[in-house]
Ligand binder design. Structure first.
Ligand SMILES: [Zn+2]
Ligand SMILES: [Zn+2]
Length: 195
């Protein structure tokens, strides 16, 4: 199968266009074969955050959205892994949409993480989660309730006196509770969903 340049009619072998990659035709036009994620209607929306939106990641995870992030990941690897894992790429980098003809890359307009979060909620029409802080903000793993020995070793006594709900990340091996920072974050998240 061949892919034809819309401008000059030159033909290119389809294998050049894996994972939505585009090429420059000899005539100067950009040639590509669009890759579509083709998610089912009820598929869980998952994200792959680009390096340039690192601070958005915690907000998405705090609201329970499965979000992967990796430092210094090259664009082709990012786009390909997102396709393999059926994730939407969130980025500030418009160049990705020139280099790849794909339907799963979303270029955000906002620079500020909280505004970016609101933008993602709006663009994907994300619904308010039943619970916040179900996912580790550091590593994306689903948290579970901490058991007594984990609380005993992982929580300072002063904190145990004023909190009674603790979560545990099986990957980070850490106990979490909703301190003042998390409470502020929860309020900000609620404002986005209710606003
Ligand atoms: Zn051409
Ligand atoms: Zn973790």
């Amino acid at each position: 199968m061949a892919v034809t340049c819309a401008k000059c009619g030159r033909q290119y072998d389809v294998t050049l266009f894996g994972f939505g990659r585009t090429i420059n035709c000899a005539c100067g036009a950009r040639v590509g074969l669009e890759h579509r994620l083709n998610l089912s209607e009820d598929a869980e929306i998952r994200f792959f955050a680009d390096v340039n939106v690192a601070r958005l990641v915690r907000w998405l995870r705090a609201a329970g959205f499965d979000t992967v992030w990796e430092d210094a990941i090259p664009d082709p690897v990012l786009v390909r892994r997102a396709i393999d894992e059926r994730r939407f790429v969130l980025t500030l980098d418009k160049r990705i949409l020139r280099d790849f003809l794909v339907d799963h890359v979303v270029v955000l307009e906002n620079e500020e993480p909280r505004a970016q979060f609101a933008e993602v909620v709006r663009r994907f029409d994300l619904k308010k989660p039943p619970e916040y802080f179900t996912r580790c903000l550091a590593c994306n793993t689903l948290l579970r309730k901490a058991d007594a020995p984990e609380i005993a070793t992982g929580v300072p006594e002063a904190v145990r006196k004023i909190h009674d709900e603790f979560s545990f990340c099986p990957n980070c091996r850490k106990v979490f509770w909703e301190g003042s920072h998390a409470r502020r974050m929860r309020t900000a998240l609620e404002n986005v969903f209710d606003g």
